[in-house]
Design a protein around this ligand. Structure first.
Ligand SMILES: [Zn+2]
Length: 530
């Protein structure tokens, strides 16, 4: 047999206990044909000398909005700007019908969101929509409200959302959760060409970060998706060779509907259909909102805000009904739940679904699963549910989360070690573009647990580097039933790996973020090379 590719002189950390390290890796038909002495006597079309570099299984982000990341790369980048810099950026925005930006965080602006009135002063007559870094809210100016159908600013309340208002009840520009739909329905979907271009932009950046697989939450119509042809957009990106990673797409819940006697997508398409390049994963459903935006549904009041416990995006009974139907139809279900009240509602629904229609190894997920009690951790493990927390939130959003919860309740925030100790297989994820997507930054934060402001964040939940690496590889594969294909460098698995500047397992913890990705390989093909 002649191999497609042979990578020699590497120092592979395989994460496979049967063969933890290797120096040679052979590829045939996108798969690992063998390691070290298994390759003796074989030749290859391509031989790549890794010059003694360290390599690890390709990073896999269990929750990354790659297409949204791509769209944001086409907008004003508001991250890190002060309010006056933000208004300056809007004032000098490039030509176009709309002025669009994303990435501001009121927690880093002294608690203040941009306002409609201030945006009116700097935007001329152009409509403005600026999205919060969480994606759970945004700010519009008066011209945008006029296009939404409210030239007199007589904006009604929106169920499952909130419309920010001043003391006189006049909109101040802020639209949260479902109220964002007022703006989204003017701005989405972008054209197929723009959608594909965004995927290509983001995919290239992600390849340079060592990403070889990701799961995208909420494609199609709904809060996180672009439009009804999103899957076709991804297919087109694959066809043109512009999507460099392997993608598992989670359709947003509004895309599921009655299909004959069943429930789901047309033709009965459901979880698992597709190829190793592009497949349909769990259905993504929202239960609540954002922790730093203080809209997530909590058991108790937010710190310093008596009476605010956030809210569920729809009635608990409607969410329960949806989960029961999707489960009965064979879907893996991934529910966004941040507040501890929302987590309870979701766990109750998962438990009831399994009681009515037992299905072994369903692996229903809770996206973020941000605030949990010890009892909830135990119940998550007992039900076989997979929590999908984001390590990077600790540094970029940690100060805002500590402020929202207060010191006492912060101990239940973004657990990870507790999940592992309860026997749960933990995935790694970023929720990019909410925060930076680079897996090595995520691993850095999972290990170091420190906020941007310098505060220690739940040090008891810190992972070892090896645990964090396993989460970002094998753990994320497991979260979408792909552990037989990915996550370790073993014979027969996909030849996806990242070559690094240093030995990730040996650098001091505080230097993990300085490690860089030298080469990224997907299916034995180099997709990024410095
Ligand atoms: Zn998300």
């Amino acid at each position: 047999m002649r191999l497609d590719a042979l990578f020699v002189n590497g120092r592979f950390t395989t994460l496979d206990p049967e063969r933890p390290v290797a120096t040679r890796l052979g590829v045939f038909g996108e798969r690992i044909a063998g390691l070290d002495e298994e390759l003796d006597g074989l030749t290859a079309d391509v031989v790549v000398d890794l010059r003694g570099r360290h390599a690890v299984p390709g990073f896999n982000d269990a929750h990354q909005h790659l297409s949204m990341r791509g769209q944001r790369l086409r907008e004003l980048d508001l991250r890190g700007l002060s309010l006056s810099e933000l208004y300056d950026a809007v004032a000098s925005a490039p030509e176009g019908a709309w002025i669009r930006g994303a990435g501001y965080d009121q927690n880093k602006l002294g608690g203040a969101h941009p306002t409609r009135q201030a945006l009116d002063r700097v935007s001329g007559a152009r409509p403005v929509w600026l999205q919060h870094t969480s994606g759970h809210m945004g700010v519009a100016n008066s011209a945008a409200f006029a296009l939404m159908g409210f030239p007199d600013l007589d904006v009604p309340d929106v169920p499952g959302g909130s419309v920010g208002r001043d003391a006189d009840g006049v909109p101040d520009g802020l639209l949260a959760e479902q109220a964002q739909e007022l703006a989204h329905r003017l701005l989405r979907p972008v054209t197929q060409e723009d959608f594909v271009e965004g995927i290509a932009l983001a995919s290239k950046v992600a390849a340079a970060e060592g990403l070889t697989s990701f799961t995208e939450p909420g494609v199609g119509v709904g809060l996180a998706g672009n439009g009804p042809l999103d899957v076709a957009g991804f297919q087109e990106a694959v066809r043109r060779g512009l999507l460099l990673q392997r993608a598992t797409l989670m359709p947003g819940s509004p895309n599921l509907h009655e299909v004959g006697p069943g429930f789901g997508l047309d033709l009965g398409i459901g979880t698992g259909l597709g190829s190793t390049r592009l497949r349909i994963g769990p259905v993504k459903v929202f239960s609540d909102g954002s922790l730093i935006g203080r809209t997530a549904a909590m058991c108790c009041d937010y710190a310093g805000e008596p009476g605010n416990r956030g809210f569920l995006q729809e009635e608990a009974s409607a969410l329960r009904e949806f989960i029961l139907r999707a489960h009965a139809a064979g879907w893996q279900v991934a529910t966004h739940a941040i507040g501890d009240l929302a987590v309870d509602v979701v766990l109750d629904a998962y438990a009831e679904a399994q009681a009515r229609h037992p299905r072994p190894d369903a692996r229903h997920r809770i996206e973020h699963c941000a605030v949990t009690s010890d009892a909830q951790v135990a119940r998550i493990a007992e039900l076989g549910v997979i929590p999908v927390p984001q390590g990077r939130f600790v540094s970029e959003l940690g100060d805002g989360m500590l402020a929202a919860l207060g010191p006492e309740r912060s101990r239940g925030c973004y657990r990870q070690r507790s999940f592992l100790e309860a026997g749960i297989v933990l995935p790694g994820s970023s929720d990019c573009p909410v925060v930076e997507g680079a897996p090595l930054l995520g691993i850095h934060d999972l290990v170091n647990q420190r906020t941007a402001g310098g505060s220690s964040f739940n040090p008891g939940e810190a992972l070892t580097v090896s645990q964090a690496l396993r989460a970002y590889t094998a753990g994320s594969a497991h979260a979408v039933h792909e552990e037989r294909l990915k996550g370790t460098l073993s014979r027969g698995k996909l030849a996806d790996f990242a070559v690094l500047s240093d030995d990730l397992l040996a650098v001091p913890a505080e230097r993990i973020r300085d490690v860089t990705v030298v080469t990224t390989v997907v299916g034995g093909v180099v997709v990024h090379d410095l």
